[in-house]
Design a protein. Sequence first.
Length: 254
Amino acid sequence: MAQSDLEGVACGQCGAALSELPNTPVEARVPCPSCGSTSRAIAVHLKEEIQLSDHLAALQERKGEAIGFSESERQGRSSNATLQDDALLDMALVGSSPQGEEDTRAACQILKERLNANGGNWDKIVHGREPADCVLVDGEAPNRTLEIQVVRAVASQDLWRKLNSTGSVQTALSPADAATELRNAIDRKARDTKILRQLRSNLVLALDSTRLPGLAFDAVVREFRSTHLDWLRAHGFAAVWLVGPVSRLVSRLD
């Protein structure tokens, strides 16, 4: 954000420094003691604070649909994904496996950005109490909150174990197979006895695909909705969102 500081007032004719307020009306100005002019030069110093980030991300679209994503290293990891012409989704992840809830807050932040882009007014993100991992607080009505539980979009530990042991993992999935992975992640939470059915109506489920952006491509979202929508709605969650690494790759599944 730019900030301005007034450095002083000088005569506009001869440049002599004057002890005069910058907002002094023309009719109230005292003639310059050096040359008699009432013109003024006001010096203003502008300061701009710029936050630099060494993380870069690129999203490729074709006819309005995501078909590619790549990023530089982020917290020791980088990912890329491409939807090939044969409709196979190629994904690669390099680095160590995220531990525990390491990516939880980032997923909540990206979801918040998307909700606000859709007209929401969510402000603070606070730590939630089980089963919620985080809670969004309305910026105008603090008593209005949104409880969110974050779960990895790929529930199987095989992928994460391989990443942890080898430092990289590659996989190729059809949109149908990718949609099945999402269903498996949701099903795992739906079977969790800690999340009683009466709690689901107030709980938003966020599938975290911030490390596997290809799962959030439009082709996968479309396949999931066409195949698993009725099944998903029957579980009774307040909402189920698929959260990619950027707000463009955030979609509501239910």
